[in-house]
Design a protein around this ligand. Structure first.
Ligand SMILES: [Zn+2]
Length: 140
């Protein structure tokens, strides 16, 4: 098979995140001490070092903070996917996520573009949160 992309391996800190993704829900850790959201999932707040947090549903909306268009596949598994967009999304909650922009032509992506989460079920265990242009009032 060509489509054998390397996939995330959920661990103690991230298993809730990946379980939510399987339900097509985007969740973030929110620190109970300073209320800041953080991404990626980890055991300690990078802002105040508290280990108390709750999982919160994210809005799933954000904007493109930065991006690049990948033309040369980094691994054979990506050879049928180029060109694709690797982007840093700033979520409404204030955290930035590395992800792909899908469901639009790479040339149409721009910094500041409004996006919303979408989910790609890859295997039984792994669903990847990705982002697509925000649809407003049924238009895209
Ligand atoms: Zn904190």
């Amino acid at each position: 098979m060509i489509d054998e992309r390397p996939l995330p391996k959920p661990d103690h800190d991230s298993e809730q995140y990946w379980a939510a993704a399987r339900r097509h829900e985007l969740v973030l850790q929110q620190c109970e001490a300073c209320a800041k959201f953080r991404f990626y999932p980890r055991s300690v707040c990078p802002n105040c070092l508290s280990d108390r947090f709750q999982w919160k549903h994210a809005s799933g909306r954000g904007s493109v903070y930065s991006f690049t268009i990948i033309h040369r596949p980094p691994l054979p598994a990506f050879r049928n996917r180029v060109p694709y967009v690797l982007a840093l999304i700033e979520l409404e909650e204030g955290v930035r996520m590395m992800t792909n922009i899908v469901e639009c032509h790479p040339a149409d992506v721009y910094i500041g573009m409004s996006v919303e989460v979408t989910f790609e079920d890859v295997t039984e265990d792994i669903t990847l949160p990705q982002f697509k242009p925000l649809t407003q009032g049924g238009r895209s």
